[in-house]
Design a protein around this ligand. Structure first.
Ligand code: ARG
Length: 484
């Protein structure tokens, strides 16, 4: 008997150590809230491609966020005496950013769903929206019920409820999930898909600005759902404060006021360049900045890595090889996300998207540049080293005075090419919200409701940059040849 009792207790103790006892959240304990209070700043994550909820508008050549969610965010910040910081990124990156602590709340027209509730906590509802199908006006007579879309191509924004609804309600639909809403609109306009599943107020905003589009006369089974604010789990005080502001908003019917303001903000009659020129110029500056830092620091780091790889110390040369192979063998997009989320999740640092993007570019280019250096050095005739050694020069002197000056002639043109590549690749950091050319083109797509023109402008800007650069490089190369 005693024996059984003893084993039972031991068994219970052992199993207890394996059960993950979740720390109970006390209503008066909230580390997240403490942190926010301490910083004096509320970081609100959103995807500003979603008028009338959130979009960017221009005021005297400067961009500003506007929309229902922005007004709501402003109210919450003000009610709690906090400064508001908007962090704009792709919708499907928001949950990750909230969980890793990049942002404090999500206010992005987000729908409350059971799946998401497992990951984050939701506030009370501040509005309800239903879904519609956006189509081309010219197809008006083609679609009468949802069934007419079966086996057809239909678009939805990636990571949204609409993506799921399209899967559930349209039989055999071929769904294109696009990261950004303007891309999805463009897909409809350019006949890539037959329709776009989208929330009603957003569809109405787009229809107002695009007379080739309309809302199809078909109904979804999915009923209207709550739009809510997401906060990290176990942040009871933050949640309570958010709910307090929402209650006021609901009691005073502020959402309809915010909505009226948003509709006004969406209209503006000045010319395309007046309205959006500033975005492209800002983007141009940032693209040049990050690519320059990318090549310059990338070259410094790359040179060290090339020397490490050429070193006689096996271990050093090994590490350098692994570094180079890893960076060349993984997509830049993945590297960008690793730096972006890794800095907070692993290192616990709060680093801006611009800095993260630049770091990712430097690291990525350093691997390619290391190979450029190594090839450049190897291409110098062996006889040169031998001759230098005969003259009694040591390794570092041989490198400095004999090999490197000659290697530079091989290296420079390749470095120029790397610069050109980097300018183009830098567009990838737009995914984490770095305000370079592509990012701003996407912003303009969102505000102007014109998905095409901003892309053309971005393409021209990249081309002018890279073309001038490669012309400049060939001039320099020509000079160098002449000096031989
Ligand atoms: N309400 C939808 C959802 O939560 C879509 C929200 C998309 N928001 C945005 N800012 N793009 O899935």
């Amino acid at each position: 008997m005693k024996y059984i009792f003893k084993t039972m207790i031991i068994a219970i103790l052992i199993s207890l150590t394996f059960i993950n006892i979740e720390p109970m959240a006390h209503a008066d304990q909230d580390a997240k809230w403490e942190k926010i209070k301490e910083s004096g700043e509320l970081r609100v994550g959103l995807s500003a491609d979603y008028a009338p909820f959130e979009f960017e508008k221009t005021v005297k050549g400067k961009s500003e966020y506007a929309g229902i969610d922005i007004d709501l965010a402003k109210k919450i910040a003000k009610d709690n005496h906090l400064k508001l910081k908007i962090v704009n990124m792709q919708f499907d990156s928001l949950l990750g950013a909230l969980k890793t602590g990049k942002i404090d709340v999500i206010i992005s027209g987000m729908t409350s769903t059971p799946e998401r509730k497992k990951e984050v906590d939701f506030s009370d509802s501040y509005t309800k929206t239903g879904n519609v199908m956006l189509i081309r006006k010219s197809d008006k007579n083609k679609f009468h019920t949802l069934k007419d879309f079966s086996n057809k191509k239909v678009a939805a924004q990636k990571g949204t409820e609409q993506e799921k609804i399209a899967q559930q309600e349209i039989e055999n639909a071929d769904i294109s999930s696009l990261n950004r809403l303007p891309d999805a609109i463009l897909a409809v306009k350019s006949n890539k898909v037959e329709g776009l599943v989208i929330e009603k107020p957003v569809a109405e905003a787009y229809v107002k600005q695009n007379n080739s589009l309309m809302i199809a006369n078909v109904n979804f089974n999915e009923e209207k759902k709550d739009n809510v604010i997401a906060v990290p789990k176990n942040s009871p005080i933050l949640l309570a404060n958010v709910n307090k502001s929402i209650k006021e908003v609901n009691d005073q019917h502020l959402i309809s006021k915010y909505m009226d303001k948003a509709s006004k903000d969406m209209q503006d009659d000045s010319s395309f360049f007046d309205k959006y020129g500033a975005f492209f110029i800002k983007g141009l500056k940032n693209t040049i900045l990050i690519s320059m830092i990318g090549v310059v620091l990338g070259a410094v780091l790359g040179a060290l890595i090339a020397l490490a790889k050429l070193s006689k110390f096996k271990l050093l040369s090994w590490i350098a090889s692994i570094y180079i192979e890893f960076l060349r063998g993984t997509p830049m997009l993945v590297q960008v996300f690793l730096v972006f989320f890794g800095t907070t999740a692993v290192l616990g640092l709060d680093v801006s998207a611009l800095v993260c993007g630049t770091i990712a570019l430097v690291i990525n280019s350093s691997a390619y540049i290391a190979e450029i250096f190594r090839a450049g050095i190897n291409a110098v005739d062996k006889g040169q080293t031998e001759a230098a050694q005969c003259l009694g020069l040591n390794y570092s002197k041989t490198m400095r005075y004999i090999i490197l000056p000659q290697a530079i002639k091989n290296i420079l043109p390749a470095l120029g090419n790397e610069f050109v590549t980097l300018i183009k690749e830098s567009s990838i950091v737009s995914t984490i919200g770095v305000g370079e050319i592509m990012f701003n083109a996407q912003v303009v797509q969102g505000i102007s409701f014109d998905p095409f023109t901003p892309l053309i402008i971005a393409a021209i800007m990249y081309f002018v940059l890279t073309f001038t650069l490669s012309r400049g490089m060939s001039l320099i190369e020509g000079r160098m040849k002449a000096s031989d």
